[in-house]
Ligand binder design. Structure first.
Ligand code: GLU
Length: 429
């Protein structure tokens, strides 16, 4: 059986860091197992789904290196949903209901007032033909519910959460279709998972209760039930699902000059028992990917950790990885000298500016000025060669009696206009 996973965003907004993590794990799991990864656009909501978000989702995934093997769109499959809906209707597994939102709300309040769980009472199943005719005459149209099987317990072994049990009688029959005929998420998703031969559904633990219902939908169609992995949610450092995390996406990372490899390395490991490490080669992260290592506690996303990881990742990047993003004519040697000083890639051009000039003119004391004059004269007599920095500083040490900082700092300042930077020995060749 070929492993197949899917990432199923609704294109009603940009991907946020939580979605990106889900996409990444689906892709990594498929990669690890020689399987396939599907991008499924859950665009049944015609009003809220936008082409600009579809494009942005594709572009964000591509930037992160998460490449789908195929793509499907729910909006192209309405005929298929209708056909399968008719099957459920014929089998008595869906039924029309006429309550208004206010009526349902009132029912819930009464149940809660009596100390009972607010489970839908299946009132619609007891309607007589006359009552239904009266509703229709009034202009009411029905929405549709899926009829759960109360006799069969719902069980699965979750790859992250272990054994799961639900009593169907304690769940409401879910609304699957609205009065206007439009689809809610639950049924089309199950139909797609069956038709697209999804073997593993990997998503956030906010979907656990949906899974209980969807397992009965798979059974109603006589289909194989995929395996499920429900991951603990992502939280900010303050330990809560923050608004900020919900709006943090690829454009925010790019603005902060975060490399895709840093996001991937972080999101691959937080919330697992493996340490977060600066690993730029995703194949190495894929090797260790295992749902058995995922914890039940929320995964903490820390901006400071990401920035640090990003710095370490930048220090691992080869010239070939970055050459398209370097200033024109900057050679590999210059990249290697500058690289250890970078916090992020935005600083490359500042260092290249130091090499290509002009640089800031600093104020020097009279003594330092004289010393720098000596250095200039000494340098003019030397041939530019590999060991010139060592030769120069040794000669100056001898002639001036200076050593340590008073020897090196004025030279660095005069040559770069800065008091910190790359190893001068590597720079001067
Ligand atoms: N469109 C759904 C969501 O974004 C998909 C959930 C799923 O993975 O089944 O929540």
């Amino acid at each position: 059986m070929k492993i197949k996973t899917r990432f199923a965003p609704s294109p009603t907004g940009h991907l946020h860091v939580g979605n990106i993590r889900t996409a990444l794990h689906n892709w990594m799991f498929a990669q690890k197992n020689g399987g396939a990864f599907l991008l499924r656009l859950d665009d049944t909501d015609a009003e809220r789904s936008k082409e600009e978000y579809v494009d942005a989702i594709r572009a964000d995934l591509a930037w992160l290196g998460i490449n789908p093997d195929s793509e499907e769109r729910q909006s192209a499959r309405f005929d298929r949903y209708q056909a399968r809906f008719e099957e459920l209707k014929a089998a008595g597994r869906v039924y029309p209901a006429y309550e208004t939102a206010q009526e349902l709300d009132l029912k819930r309040k009464i149940q809660l007032g009596r100390g009972k769980p607010p489970i839908y009472d299946r009132g619609a199943l007891n309607l007589t033909a006359d009552q239904i005719a009266a509703f229709e005459a009034e202009g009411r149209t029905s929405h549709w519910r899926f009829k759960l099987d109360h006799e069969t317990p719902i069980e699965w072994t979750d790859l992250v959460r272990g054994d799961q049990h639900f009593d169907a009688a304690l769940l409401s029959d879910p609304v699957i279709r609205r009065e206007d005929g439009s689809w809610l998420y639950m049924l089309p998703s199950t139909i797609d998972d069956i038709d697209m031969a999804i073997t593993h559904v990997v998503r956030g633990e906010d979907h656990v209760a949906n899974t209980a219902v969807q397992i009965q939908m798979f059974q109603a169609f006589g289909a194989d039930i995929p395996q499920f992995a429900h991951e603990a949610l992502l939280v900010g450092t303050e330990g809560k699902l923050s608004k900020r995390l919900g709006s943090l996406g690829v454009s925010g990372f790019r603005e902060r000059h975060i490399e895709p490899q840093a996001i991937v390395a972080l999101l691959a490991r937080i919330g697992t028992s493996d340490p977060v490490e600066p690993i730029a080669d995703v194949a190495k992260l894929i090797e260790t990917f295992d749902f058995g290592r995922f914890g039940r506690a929320p995964a903490r996303f820390d901006d400071a950790e990401l920035a640090q990881l990003n710095q370490k990742i930048v220090h691992l990047l080869d010239y070939d990885d970055v050459k398209d993003r370097l200033p024109e004519a900057m050679p590999a040697e210059a990249w290697e000298v500058i690289r250890p000083n970078l916090h992020d890639m935005s600083e490359v051009s500042q260092w290249w500016q130091v090499v290509t000039g002009p640089i800031a003119k600093l104020e020097f004391s009279a003594e330092d000025q004289e010393f720098i004059g000596q250095a200039r004269n000494a340098m003019e007599e030397m041939e530019a060669s590999e060991g010139i920095w060592k030769k120069l500083t040794e000669a100056l040490k001898e002639s001036s009696g200076r050593k340590g900082k008073p020897l090196f700092m004025p030279l660095r300042q005069a040559l770069t206009g800065l008091d910190h930077g790359p190893d001068m020995g590597l720079c001067c060749r």
